[in-house]
Write a protein that binds this ligand. Structure first.
Ligand SMILES: CC(=O)SCCNC(=O)CCNC(=O)[C@H](O)C(C)(C)COP(=O)(O)OP(=O)(O)OC[C@H]1O[C@@H](n2cnc3c(N)ncnc32)[C@H](O)[C@@H]1OP(=O)(O)O
Length: 432
C-alpha cells in the first residue's frame, strides 16, 4: 500500500510500526492514558493491534513515540440490513509533551486517506472524550444502556424460559470460544428473530488479535474481582445465550455485599434471555448486577418490571464517519420507501462532498446517483450529521430540529427520516 503524502507539523515524521515497537507503543499509551500498571506488566499482555494498520509519529531528536493511531479491519461491520468494510479507529494517543500541535489532525487525515485507498466506506470509533471527533466528520451514531439491577429484580414471564438449563463455568477460549462467537454473530444478525432485521454497529471481533485479547484473563484486568466466569443457557443441550461475568464480594455489618460485573449479555430469543437474566440476578451473596454495555432496546428493558430501579444511563456508543457517501448510502437498507436528494458537505474530504439522489423501496437494495454540484437538494447536511444518522439511531428530523440539517423541500423530511431509521437500535456490545 502506498503511503499517502499527508503533511505533519514541522519536526515530526511518520513511522510504520511493527510488533518490535510494542514497548514504545505501550509507553506512549501510558502517557496518553494514565495507568497504575507498570509498562512491563502491560507489555506482557497480548496486543489487540493489527500492526499493518498501526502508525506512529516520531519527533526529530527525541526518543520514543510522539503519537500513535491504529485501526481494526472490520470487514463485516453491520449497517442497517447489510455489512460494509469499516475501519475501527483505535489507540489514538498523543504524548502530553506534543499535544495541541496538530498531530491528531494529521493522523486523522492519514487514517481517512487510507480508508479511501482500502475501499472502506466507513470509519467507526469509541470516543475517549465526546468533544474530540465531531470536527473530523465523525457523528455520534449510537448510545448504549448501562444499568445497576438489584438482585432478584422482578422480571416478566416469557413462555418457555423454564425449559432452559444453566451452566456456570470458568470462561475459556478452548471450551467456549466457538459458542460465544456463534451466539454473538447470530444475536446481531437477527435480534428479533427475523432474518434481515439486523443490529447495526454490532461489530464482531474479526481478527485473531482481538479474539486473543477477549479471552485473556490476566490478573491486572480483574480490579479486585474474581477470574472471568461464563453463564450459558441451553435448550435441550444447545447453547442459546451467554454472559461473561466477574463477581466481587465485601462483608458489611448488614451482611454480604457482592456485585456482578457482566460483559455482553447475549441471547437468541426472549425465552433464552429471560432464563439468562433470571439466573444472573439470583447469584448468592450478591446484591447488584451491572451489565457493562447493552443495546438501548435490549430485551431487559421490556423484562424488568421496574426499569427505573436499575438507574438506566445511556452514554454514547459508536461514532461513525462516512468516508464514501455513495458507497455508504447504497450499502445499507432503508426502513421506508425513499426518493430524496441530499447535499452533503465535507471539508476534510472534498471529493466526498456532493449532491446525491438516493432511491430505495423499503428494505430493498438502494441506488445512489451523484448529481451536478449545483443541483438543488431536498435536504443538506454535513457529513458529521450523515454519520450520526447512518446506523438508524439518530433521526433526520431530530437533526433538523437541532439546526444541524437544512430542509429545502419540507415534504421530503418525514419520509426520509422514517427511511433512515431502523427498527433495531444500533450499538456495539464491546469497546474497541
Ligand atoms: C478512537 C480513540 O482512540 S479515542 C482516544 C483519544 N485519545 C485520548 O483521549 C488520549 C489523551 N489525549 C490525547 O492523546 C490527545 O490530547 C488527543 C489525541 C485527544 C488530541 O491530540 P492533539 O494532537 O493534541 O490534537 P490536535 O492538536 O490535532 O487538535 C486538533 C483540534 O482538536 C481539539 N482537541 C484536541 N483534543 C481535544 C479534546 N480532548 N477535547 C476537545 N477538543 C480537543 C484541539 O483543540 C484542536 O482544535 P483547533 O483545531 O480548534 O485548534
Amino acid at each position: 500500500m502506498t503511503h499517502p503524502r499527508i503533511p505533519l507539523p514541522a519536526g515530526y515524521a511518520w513511522r510504520e510500526l511493527t510488533p518490535a515497537d510494542r514497548r514504545q507503543v505501550v509507553e506512549l499509551d501510558t502517557w496518553a492514558f494514565p495507568s497504575s500498571h507498570s509498562a512491563d506488566d502491560l507489555e506482557a499482555l497480548p496486543s489487540p493491534l493489527s500492526w499493518d494498520r498501526t502508525v506512529g509519529v516520531v519527533a526529530g531528536g527525541a526518543d520514543g513515540l510522539a503519537a500513535l493511531h491504529a485501526s481494526y479491519p472490520f470487514r463485516r461491520f453491520p449497517v442497517p440490513g447489510g455489512e460494509l468494510p469499516t475501519a475501527g479507529l483505535t489507540w489514538v494517543g498523543v504524548h502530553p509533551q506534543h499535544r495541541r500541535r496538530g498531530l491528531l489532525t494529521a493522523m486523522i487525515d492519514l487514517h481517512l486517506a487510507r480508508c479511501v485507498e482500502r475501499g472502506e466506506p466507513l470509519s467507526a470509533l469509541f470516543a475517549a472524550e465526546a468533544a474530540i471527533y465531531g470536527r473530523f466528520g465523525y457523528g455520534h451514531a449510537a448510545n448504549d444502556l448501562r444499568l445497576d439491577i438489584p438482585r432478584g429484580a422482578a422480571l416478566r414471564d416469557v413462555p418457555g424460559a423454564e425449559r432452559h438449563t444453566v451452566r456456570v463455568e470458568v470462561a475459556s477460549r478452548e471450551r467456549h470460544g466457538a459458542i460465544v462467537d456463534r451466539l454473538h454473530r447470530a444475536a446481531g444478525a437477527a435480534p428479533a428473530g427475523v432474518p434481515g432485521l439486523n443490529r447495526p454497529g454490532w461489530v464482531t471481533r474479526e481478527t485473531e488479535e482481538l479474539q486473543t485479547v477477549l479471552w485473556d484473563d490476566a490478573p491486572l484486568h480483574r480490579g479486585g474481582r474474581e477470574s472471568r466466569r461464563i453463564l450459558l443457557v441451553e435448550l435441550d443441550g444447545e447453547p442459546r445465550g451467554y454472559v461473561m461475568f466477574r463477581r466481587s464480594l465485601s462483608w458489611e455489618p448488614t451482611g454480604p455485599r457482592g456485585t456482578v460485573s457482566a460483559g455482553e449479555v447475549v441471547a437468541l430469543d426472549a425465552a433464552a434471555a429471560r432464563a439468562l437474566w433470571g439466573a444472573l440476578l439470583d447469584l448468592d451473596l450478591t446484591t447488584e448486577v451491572s451489565p457493562f454495555i447493552l443495546p438501548v432496546d435490549d430485551v431487559i428493558t421490556r423484562l424488568l418490571v421496574n426499569l427505573r430501579a436499575a438507574a438506566p444511563r445511556t452514554p454514547d456508543n459508536l461514532w461513525v464517519r462516512v468516508v464514501d457517501v455513495p458507497a455508504a448510502l447504497a450499502g445499507r437498507r432503508y426502513a421506508g420507501d425513499v426518493d430524496v436528494t441530499l447535499a452533503v458537505a465535507d471539508t476534510r474530504l472534498p471529493a466526498n462532498a456532493g449532491v446525491y439522489r438516493l432511491r430505495a423501496e423499503a428494505f430493498a437494495p438502494a441506488t445512489v446517483e451523484r448529481l451536478a454540484p449545483d443541483t438543488s437538494a431536498d435536504l443538506s447536511l454535513d457529513v458529521r450529521e450523515l454519520g450520526a444518522a447512518y446506523l438508524g439511531g439518530t433521526s433526520l428530523a431530530t437533526l433538523a430540529a437541532a439546526g444541524q440539517l437544512t430542509v429545502h423541500r419540507p415534504e421530503s423530511l418525514a419520509p426520509a427520516s422514517a427511511a433512515f431509521g431502523w427498527p433495531v437500535a444500533p450499538g456495539s456490545s464491546w469497546v474497541f
